[in-house]
Design a binder for this molecule. Sequence first.
Ligand code: AHR
Length: 334
Amino acid sequence: MVKRLMAAATSLVLAGSLAACGDDKPETSAASGSGGSGDSITMGFAQVGAESGWRTANTKSVQEAAKAAGIELKFSDAQQKQENQLKAIRSFIQQKVDVISFSPVVETGWDTVLMEAKRANIPVILTDRAVDSKDTTLYKSFLGSDFVLEGKKAGEWLVKQGDAADVNKDGSVKVVELQGTTGAAPAIDRKEGFEEAMKANPKIAIAASQTGDFTRDGGKKVMESFLKAQKDIDVVFAHNDDMGLGAIEAIEAAGKKPGKDIQIITIDAVKDGMTALAEGKINYIVECNPLLGPQLMDLAKKVVAKQDVPQRVLTEETAFDQAAAKAALASRQY
Ligand code: AHR
């Protein structure tokens, strides 16, 4: 009880200090913790933002799983800004939460704040995205996908298309790439995996590559500029569904047929992406599973109880072509 009262008081202090941070302040709210007893676990969760359908599903999964596990969740939305995540993590440390989890907006720049958490004896679990730190003792576990493998699967599918990938029949496969947020693990790794796989067919070349920040609007704007600057685009490789869906809008506005005049490969497999795939507007989607909440809460309980947990927990994923999307759509949860 005492702990809960103290947490509520520090939470108010936090709200005040964040309110002073101006327009870019992270949203922070205490979820209706169903923990009940005074010794329930409190988790501070610093989310990236709400940039995509994937992120919305991920947030829902974390919030629902915390409730089901009886974990009190202090949730912060960083609006895709590292500075906001840093503020949120420091406020969680001040509040003496039992465990901190976050999905880092970008890979670098976390060592100092992670060291502060370690000195305060608050365990950290990375979820979804990794940090680029040599000191792996700064966090207890990293739960999430293999982004390099996702990019590789996308590239391998394209290689397997052979001549069918050369939509314009000009002897080469011209790819434009819509990258995720600059410096984010999924943007770096998916690019790496895709480029590794495409080496198997020297006819495939990336003609242009630019960030669309993982948003639909970003994908649309970048695709509009690609369509103006580049002739005979065969393929769009978008680092997530949302940017691919934005690209579809740009391609249609340019009078072309997405999925036919220009093939589209994306990553995520959220419902909107799967619908476009089933409709023939996307050609292939590599799955990235956002439903990390239940596994995260299990890990949290274990690290708070000082039990050993694996340093890396990998998410299992598949991939969908148009026929598989039609079959899977009805039962898709997100
Ligand atoms: O980190 C996971 C990626 O972030 C998802 O692929 C993307 O949709 C999200 O914004």
